[in-house]
Design a protein around this ligand. Structure first.
Ligand SMILES: [Zn+2]
Length: 65
């Protein structure tokens, strides 16, 4: 786990923000962790960034009634 994972799990970052952070922090992230992180940032099932933002939005608004 790194700061990006932590923030993602707390839903404090959107995927796009996380990708940007990753780009800035990549040199300080352990090489063995990069692959894992890239799987989170670029999931196979979701290709469209706008869709993913929408997905995050839905996720953020559902769950409470
Ligand atoms: Zn991490």
């Amino acid at each position: 786990m790194c700061i990006i994972c932590v923030e993602l799990e707390k839903n404090r970052l959107t995927l796009l923000e996380a990708r940007r952070n990753y780009g800035e922090m990549v040199d300080s992230i352990d090489e063995s962790h990069r692959e894992e992180l890239e799987k989170k940032l670029y999931p196979d099932t979701i290709y469209d960034e706008e869709y993913y933002e929408y997905f995050n939005f839905i996720k953020g608004t559902s769950g409470s009634d």
